[in-house]
Design a protein around this ligand. Structure first.
Ligand code: SAH
Length: 242
């Protein structure tokens, strides 16, 4: 029994690695959150799919292991990379209950990287990645990490800047960052990377506070050195400013 945990990249087929495609090709069954399974179904219309809604992560992983236990080759698909706020970690924990299961993790292009490329090169020097979702991390810890990254001078990529229920996470994050960074700090906001409705916009930290974000948005906060060059968001590689 074999279970691939596959990061499919940001959206369409073009952003998928050859290894991810090969794992899906080899699989009898593909398991995933409805939205991502639909993206994959366009490429492999004849595969068997098992889909579950957003929050059903544990259930999705169990379904995948059970299918693999039946002797099938199974892929559990995740957007971006499966190890970045994804299912690789919970799947490896649950794998202990399925000692015969061989689990292989296939990396994918995470939203920080695909989004950065759309904006320019905002993450060229040291950067931090922070999720604003308080479903799995307490809010005070998120705020502490924002302060730590701001103090450390990191460029920052923010995942989960808003959910359907809470729209205020991003404004609160900007309020904290504005304590440490100038209001003119170069920022970027990207939506639906690699999918229909893809957009990328460069704006100031002050403007970002009132920007509209949803669950398919990734946000970039420049370091003190980040500039706009020919309309692209660019963080220099080093102190010599090149
Ligand atoms: N494993 C995923 C991240 C899952 S957390 C990855 O590596 O990319 C969900 C968050 O990821 C979203 O709220 C958003 O911030 C970001 N994200 C994932 N796919 C995206 C896309 N296609 N466009 C923009 N942001 C995306």
């Amino acid at each position: 029994m074999k279970l691939y945990i596959v990061g499919i990249g940001p959206g369409g087929e073009a952003g998928m690695t050859i290894a991810a495609r090969a794992a899906l090709e080899k699989s009898d069954i593909i398991v995933g959150y409805t939205v991502y399974a639909e993206l994959v179904r366009r490429i492999f219309p004849n595969k068997e799919f098992i889909t579950t809604p957003m929050r059903g992560e544990r259930k999705r992983i169990m379904l995948a292991f059970n299918a693999a236990a039946g002797g099938k080759t199974v892929s559990l698909v995740c957007s971006g990379d499966a190890g970045v706020y994804g299912m690789a970690s919970p799947a490896l924990s649950l794998a202990q209950k399925y000692p015969g299961a061989e689990v292989e993790i296939i990396p994918g292009v995470t939203a920080a990287l695909s989004g950065a490329a759309l904006l320019g090169a905002p993450l060229t020097n040291d950067f931090a990645v922070i999720s604003l979702s308080d479903l799995l991390t307490p809010r005070n810890v998120i705020e502490q990490r924002l302060r730590g990254a701001a103090r450390g001078g990191f460029a920052i990529a923010l995942y989960n800047p808003a959910s359907s229920k809470r729209k205020t996470h991003l404004a609160r994050a900007c309020e904290i960052l504005l304590e440490y960074r100038d209001k003119t700090t170069v920022c970027g906001i990207v939506k639906n990377i690699g999918r229909d409705g893809e957009t990328a916009r460069i704006l100031t930290l002050e403007q970002l506070s009132s920007a509209d974000a949803d669950m398919f948005t990734t946000v970039f906060i420049g370091s003190g050195e980040t500039k706009i060059i020919n309309g692209r968001m660019v963080t220099p590689r080093g102190y010599k400013n090149v």
